[in-house]
Design a protein around this ligand. Structure first.
Ligand SMILES: [Zn+2]
Length: 320
């Protein structure tokens, strides 16, 4: 089932007109302050976005999650929130619903939950992600792992934002890469530079890309008590090619997040931040963000060089 571009445009128009909170938040986004900070040659945008306080400070521990009503379940969504169904004809038969995100970072920001209340786990769902990336023309898809920024770790969902917003999209071709695997149109690389533990999978066959992803995912480290490796994933489709970026994470939130008083920085990094747009809901943090601080935060949440090298070797072996 295909989602026509005009259908999405119509959804945005209807929702922004009928849903006051969403309408106000998208309007506020037009005046959001942004600054650019270069870190090791990579251009980050820092966005001061007060409306995102809801998400950045979300309590995602098991107890808090169990005690709240899941905002992605259909029966708990605001009556005004409408969506477009998407049925992926792959391994899973459960429909997704394309919704507009009422707390936007992108000028066009979507949340795409599965209908069923099912844990946030990506394995077995890459096919759906690739399919959505192709269907949602003009959008970049992203997945935040349950401990990597998802504010609903108990309800499976993707998000998507309009292309041309995340700086990684235009930077990726310029970044140094070590090719770990190449066959026909499919390439797996370790992407060098500012992000440690960044891997790209590109290819023209969705099936091949999915298979490569599952193999790579199977060799990534899983922390004690976790159900899957800690990752953020970006995915987009351009010129008949699927592009998947996997960021392997070490920590959910940097130490700065837990510091007291002036030392505290309310930044909970997820796919969008690693895509090059750092979201600060508080003005004091927005002002503080400079290249040293960004580098420090990235170092804390990413895996270190040594672990990166170990994973590279494992990927080479499994894809041999
Ligand atoms: Zn739910």
């Amino acid at each position: 089932m295909s989602i026509k571009k005009d259908k999405l445009v119509a959804l945005f128009q209807e929702q922004l007109a009928s849903w006051e909170q969403a309408g106000n938040n998208y309007k506020a986004l037009e005046n959001v302050v942004v600054k650019q900070v270069e870190v090791k040659g990579f251009p980050f945008k820092v966005q001061f976005n007060p409306a995102r306080i809801v998400s950045s400070s979300a309590k995602v521990d098991t107890k808090s999650i169990q005690e709240r009503r899941c905002f992605l379940c259909r029966e708990n969504r605001p009556a005004v929130q409408k969506g477009i169904d998407f049925i992926y004809n792959g391994k899973e038969g459960d429909p997704y619903t394309v919704l507009i995100n009422p707390f936007p970072i992108f000028p066009r920001h979507l949340t795409i939950p599965l209908l069923a209340h099912t844990d946030q786990l990506i394995s077995g769902r890459m096919g759906a992600m690739l399919s959505l990336a192709k269907e949602l023309d003009g959008y970049t898809l992203f997945y935040n792992g349950p401990k990597c920024g998802a504010s609903a770790p108990d309800h499976f969902h993707f998000q998507a934002g309009n292309k041309g917003f995340l700086t990684i999209e235009s930077q990726l071709p310029l970044m140094d890469k070590e090719v770990l695997y190449q066959k026909d149109n499919e390439v797996v690389s370790s992407v060098k530079g500012v992000f440690s533990g960044l891997f790209s999978i590109t290819g023209k066959s969705a099936g091949q890309v999915e298979e490569l992803f599952e193999k790579i995912f199977s060799v990534l480290p899983v922390k004690d008590g976790e159900k899957e490796p800690m990752v953020n994933i970006l995915c987009w489709y351009q010129q008949d090619t699927y592009i998947v970026l996997v960021y392997v994470r070490d920590k959910h939130r940097p130490s700065h997040y837990f510091r007291e008083g002036e030392q505290n920085i309310l930044l909970s990094p997820a796919s969008v931040d690693l895509g090059g747009v750092l979201i600060t809901p508080l003005e004091k943090d927005f002002k503080k963000m400079d290249n040293m601080l960004i580098e420090e935060i990235l170092d804390e949440i990413s895996i270190d060089k040594e672990e990166d090298l170990q994973i590279i070797e494992k990927i080479k072996t499994i894809l041999k």
